[in-house]
Design a protein around this ligand. Structure first.
Ligand code: NAD
Ligand code: ZN
Length: 266
């Protein structure tokens, strides 16, 4: 693996590792790119098959659900099927190992994700979800969590029903929707507070696999920078982020194991 990386990139990884071992408070934000190597498409990838003629922005909004709930529900049921058998890749695993390692050190590491999959949890991490959870449902009106009584816990993908028939709320008869933050909707208050506190108080902010286009999450790196943090970005494609101090332009699944190996060896 090392042989494939340029000496310049390896030097940047070493620089990042040194910085990270000498700082106490670390905040990490992950996006769809960290799950790409597990086989989950990002929003920048073109949709395939049945859905290739739809733009994500026309499906993941409250307006789309009001206009055509069946269409939006079917798209989410399809995405759930796509994600159901996916497992963590070396980037998720390395992050979980680092988080475990910091429990017995002086460092604090806060992991925030924009992802709605559960690959960080599967790898063993504790993570704050800014955009909700693909495996939960709730009422579109009264917001009550929806649990399919015949199938047990709504938290578990093992028991989720992939049927694309619309379901209604037992309390108010409105349609059930995925418990996900759609474009134009507010973020969960507690999760956002955790993210803002961690970003404002960190000494290093690491952005992994995010296009830095979707606000307010994209503003977290700026908040960290304003408060004196150094910014590290891990993304094979350049982003519009001009505040980055160290760019590691490679796949997260390649960089993260190497970075964590260097951090834990120092
Ligand atoms: P995005 O789709 O806008 O951008 C993905 C970024 O990942 C791109 O910049 C791309 O260059 C980078 N990338 C691709 N492969 C990579 C790899 N192997 N390693 C590192 N980086 C890689 O995603 P976003 O910034 O997270 O924002 C879009 C929204 O999409 C979020 O709100 C998120 O909830 C949602 N989303 C989530 C999932 C998921 O849960 N897995 C999947 C698709 C979209
Ligand atoms: Zn209801």
């Amino acid at each position: 693996m090392l042989a494939e990386l340029s000496p310049a990139l390896i030097a940047e990884v070493e620089l990042a590792a040194k910085l990270l071992t000498t700082r106490q408070h670390i905040c990490i934000l992950t996006g769809a790119g960290i799950s790409a190597e597990s086989g989950i498409p990002t929003f920048r990838d073109n949709q395939t098959g049945l859905w290739e003629n739809y733009a994500v922005e026309d499906l993941a909004t409250p307006e789309a659900f009001t206009r055509d709930p069946k269409l939006v529900w079917s798209w989410y049921q399809w995405r759930r099927q796509l994600v159901a058998d996916k497992t963590p890749n070396p980037a998720h695993t390395a992050l979980a190992q680092w988080q475990y390692h910091t429990q017995s050190s002086h460092q604090s590491l806060t992991l925030i994700t924009q992802n709605v999959d559960d690959l960080h949890e599967q790898a063993g991490s504790t993570v704050t979800h800014l955009h909700g959870n693909l495996w939960r449902n709730r009422c579109s009106q009264c917001k009550t969590a929806y649990q399919d009584q015949s199938r047990g816990s709504y938290h578990s993908k093992d028991t989720i029903n992939f049927d694309d028939t619309l379901m209604t709320c037992p309390h108010c008869d409105s349609y059930i929707r995925p418990d996900i933050v759609w474009f134009g909707e507010a973020l969960p208050v507690h999760a956002w507070q955790t993210a803002e506190d961690a970003a404002a108080n960190c000494e290093v902010f690491i952005s992994i696999g995010t296009s830095s286009l979707v606000y307010p999450a994209a503003g977290l790196a700026q908040l960290a920078k304003q408060n004196g943090a150094k910014i590290i970005e891990i993304n094979p494609n350049p982003t519009p982020n001009t505040i980055v101090n160290i760019t590691l332009a490679e796949k997260a699944g390649v960089i993260m194991p190497l970075l964590i190996q260097k951090i834990t060896a120092l």
